[in-house]
Ligand binder design. Sequence first.
Ligand code: ZN
Ligand code: ZN
Length: 357
Amino acid sequence: MKALVYYGAGQQQWEDRPEPKLSAQTDAIVRIENTTICGTDLHIMKGNVPTVASGRILGHEGVGMIEEIGSGVTEHKVGDRVLISCITSCGKCAMCKRGTYGHCAYGGWILGNTIDGCQAEYVRIPHADGSLYQVPANADQESYVMLSDILPTGLEVGVLEGNVKPGCTLAIVGAGPVGLAALMTAQFYSPSRIFMIDLDDNRLQVSASLGATDIINNRDGNAAAEVMSRTKGVGVDVVIEAIGTPSGWDVCENIVAAGGNIAILGVHGKSVTLHLEHMWKRNFTMTAGLVHTSTIPMLMAAVQAGRLQPRKLISHHLGLSEMRHAYDVFGHAASHHALKVLMTNDISISGHKDRAA
Ligand code: ZN
Ligand code: ZN
């Protein structure tokens, strides 16, 4: 099969790899139908995620069809169309019992990290019962790909950890796909004002169309001063950090209101400076962490009911065979006006051996 393989910072190949095989009774093999590239994959390609070894197939988002299934899987069967969670969950360990699947002792974020991932024709999903979700027959399948990671991450790590409440003020630093996912899901909770801060005018325009009340381009480095001016020196109740850079962090700590929350969901590869000499007296809280994807069922219901339109986050449609081009488009998002790049498996399965044989 074809797969996108990481070979160290800045190096990747679209190459032939052996198809994955079942290795435990709780595994499933999924033929990828749709997948995408995450901002996290770009962080990996920059060498910012040291757990990813050379030779790893990347990708942790997708929808596909179950091709082969272990005898211990009870909730899914061959031929089922499933959404792949970016988080693998055994459902049995202490962390899973708490609902913190991101820290599952036998899973967590492993796909496209410590085991081979979804940017391939086939992927092996461990603990398939806890890690796959049935896609309804009438569902908008491409929209569902946005539920593998970015929508649960925006909602859980941003909106819920940040404690967005009716009438509060909110700022989202970073208008990439996860920042936009936070923007969309924050509106379940009716904040009165939503500032969106980025360097990309296209993404800021998209933010305005998705419900941001204030868009600020930080190209001059004045975003924090602008937010403070527009809030009469008070700052905002909730800041969602969705960029993963020291300069993005600096904006966050400079605009959080006294008593406010900073919810960090960016992937950070470098240290940031927390200015406790200013912040010690601000009564603020700060949260950071992995998504658990425990909100996937709720988000699926919201999509099915038409209350959430993840399709708005898809800017480009490409074939799976155009993987390298897709990385080029997503990696140079500003010049391509790119949000999420949705890839559809266009590789013939006619030559594929019968797995039942
Ligand atoms: Zn991701
Ligand atoms: Zn577990």
